[in-house]
Design a protein around this ligand. Structure first.
Ligand SMILES: *Cc1c(COP(=O)(O)O)cnc(C)c1O
Length: 424
C-alpha cells in the first residue's frame, strides 16, 4: 500500500499534460455551463460538477481527496474550522430528540458544542470517562443514541483514546464511531484501521502546520452500513424532500454520508473553507510527515528534560515509558504521538504565571500544534468556561500547562525553558 508520506504529496490533484503541477487556487464563486438543462441536472444531483463554491470547489475537493487518501477513507470534505467539522460530523446523523455519547476528555470547544449548543438544538450528549469499561459504556447506550465520539490524542490532557474499545461497543449497537484525529494526524494514527467510521480534523493544527489558516475536515471510511440500520438514520435512508426525494444511502452508497453533509448541511449552513486556505492546507500536508517526526523527536527530548527537572511536579506525554497511556500509545501511535505534552510546576498559580511570562522563544498563544513552540494554561485560557468539577471530569488539572513543542532545535527550546525556571 502506498505510504502516507507519498499520498500527502501525490494524491488529490493529478495534473494532466500541460496543467499546473501544484493545485491551482480556484478563487471563483461560480462555474459556467452552456445550457440551462446542464445546470438543472447539477441542482438535482443527477450530474456531478461545480456550480457554486459553497457546495463544491475544485481546489477544496483536491485537498479533501488528499486527506481522504491519507486517512484511508473513501471521501472527505473541508469545512471552515475544526468546530464546523465536528458539528457537521455529528449533526449529519443526529436530529432533535437524538442522543450521542462522547468521551469527556476532549477539546474544550467540542465539549461546549456538545454540552451546551447542541443541547439547545435538542440533541443530548452523555460524557463518559474514557477509561470506562465496555460493560459500563454499553449501559449508557439508549434507543436514540446515534454515535460515539472521542479524540485520538486528547487536547489538552494528551491521553490516548482506546479506539477499538469504543468502536466495538458502537458497532454492537449499530452506530458509528466518530474520532477527532487532529493531534495524531494520519501520519501517526489512522483511526479507520482500528474500526473508526468517521474521522474529523481541525486542519488548523498540524495539517496546516504554520498557523496561517483555520480549517477543518471530515473523512468517511465508507464502512458503516446505514441501510442495515435504516430506522436509526432516517436522514440517510429516507427520501430527502429538498432533493426531490433522493435517498442518499441508496443513490450514493459508500459516498452517502459525505454527499449528504455537502449537499444538505453545507448548502443550508454554509461554513466552507476558502480555496485560498485550502491551498495553504495543501502545502502544509506535503511536509506533514517530515514535520510530525521532528515534533515527536523534540517533544520526547523536552518531556525527558522536564521529567528530570526539580521544579516540575509532573509531566504527561504518552511516549514516555512510565506514562499512564504508554501502552495505548505504542498500540495506536507506534511511531510517536505528537508534539504536545502537558506538565505542572511545583508551586501555585503565580509560579506558573511568572514562569510563562519569563519565556522568550516559547510564546503564550491559544494556538497549538504548529511549527513554533508555544504554551497555554487551559484553566485560565481555553477551558475557563468550565467549572472546577467539569475541569476535573475532563481531566484538566488546574496547574496543567500545555506545551506544544515545535520544530526548532530542541536545545534552544530547553535553554529558554531553563532560563524561565531560574526565575521561579
Ligand atoms: C482546535 C481543535 C478543534 C477546533 O478546531 P478549530 O479549527 O479551532 O475550530 C477541535 N478539535 C481539536 C482536537 C482541536 O485541537
Amino acid at each position: 500500500m502506498t505510504k502516507v508520506d507519498t499520498l500527502a504529496i501525490h494524491e488529490g490533484w493529478k495534473p494532466k499534460k500541460g496543467e499546473p503541477r501544484e493545485v491551482p487556487i480556484y478563487q471563483s464563486t461560480t462555474f459556467k455551463y452552456d445550457t440551462s438543462e446542464e445546470m438543472g441536472r447539477l441542482f438535482d444531483l443527477e450530474d456531478s460538477g461545480y456550480f457554486y463554491t459553497r457546495l463544491q470547489n475544485p481546489t477544496n475537493d483536491a485537498v479533501a481527496a488528499k486527506i481522504a487518501a491519507m486517512e484511508g477513507g473513501v471521501a472527505a470534505m473541508l469545512t471552515s474550522s475544526g468546530q464546523a467539522a465536528n458539528f457537521f460530523a455529528v449533526f449529519n446523523i443526529c436530529e432533535t430528540g437524538d442522543h450521542l455519547i462522547s468521551s469527556s476528555a476532549i477539546y474544550g470547544g467540542t465539549y461546549n458544542l456538545f454540552g451546551v449548543t447542541m443541547k439547545k438544538m435538542g440533541i443530548e450528549c452523555t460524557f463518559v470517562d474514557p477509561e470506562i469499561s465496555e460493560e459500563e459504556l454499553q449501559k449508557e447506550i439508549r434507543p436514540n443514541t446515534k454515535c460515539i465520539f472521542g479524540e485520538t490524542i486528547t487536547n489538552p490532557t494528551v491521553s490516548i483514546f482506546d479506539i477499538e474499545k469504543f468502536a466495538k461497543v458502537a458497532h454492537q449497537n449499530g452506530i458509528p464511531l466518530v474520532v477527532d484525529n487532529t493531534f495524531a494526524t494520519p501520519v501517526n494514527c489512522r483511526p479507520i484501521e482500528w474500526g473508526c467510521d468517521i474521522v474529523t480534523h481541525s486542519t488548523t493544527k498540524y495539517m496546516d502546520g504554520h498557523g496561517v489558516s483555520v480549517g477543518g475536515a471530515i473523512v468517511d471510511s465508507g464502512n458503516f452500513d446505514w441501510l442495515a440500520h435504516k430506522d436509526k438514520f432516517p436522514g440517510l435512508t429516507t427520501p430527502d424532500e429538498s432533493y426531490h426525494g433522493i435517498v442518499y444511502a441508496e443513490k450514493f452508497g459508500q459516498l452517502a454520508y459525505i454527499t449528504k453533509a455537502t449537499s444538505q448541511l453545507m448548502r443550508d449552513l454554509g461554513p466552507i473553507q476558502s480555496p485560498q486556505n485550502a491551498f495553504y492546507l495543501s502545502l502544509g500536508l506535503e511536509s506533514l510527515a517530515v514535520r510530525m517526526r521532528k515534533h515527536c523527536e523534540n517533544a520526547l527530548t523536552i518531556a525527558k528534560f522536564l521529567s528530570n527537572h526539580p521544579k516540575v511536579a509532573w509531566v504527561k506525554y504518552a511516549d514516555l515509558e512510565n506514562d499512564k497511556y504508554h501502552e495505548l500509545a505504542k498500540k495506536y501511535c507506534p511511531n510517536g504521538t505528537c508534539g504536545v505534552l502537558s506538565f505542572g510546576l511545583k508551586g501555585d498559580r503565580e509560579t506558573a504565571e511568572t514562569f510563562m511570562d519569563s519565556l522568550q522563544l516559547v510564546s503564550i498563544v491559544t494556538h497549538v500544534a504548529d511549527a513554533k513552540t508555544c504554551l497555554l494554561h487551559p484553566a485560565s485560557h481555553t477551558h475557563r468556561q468550565m467549572s472546577d468539577e467539569q475541569l476535573k471530569e475532563a481531566g484538566v488539572d488546574a496547574d496543567l500547562i500545555r506545551l506544544s513543542v515545535g520544530i526548532e532545535d530542541a536545545n534552544d527550546i530547553i535553554d529558554d525553558l531553563e532560563q524561565a525556571f531560574e526565575k521561579i
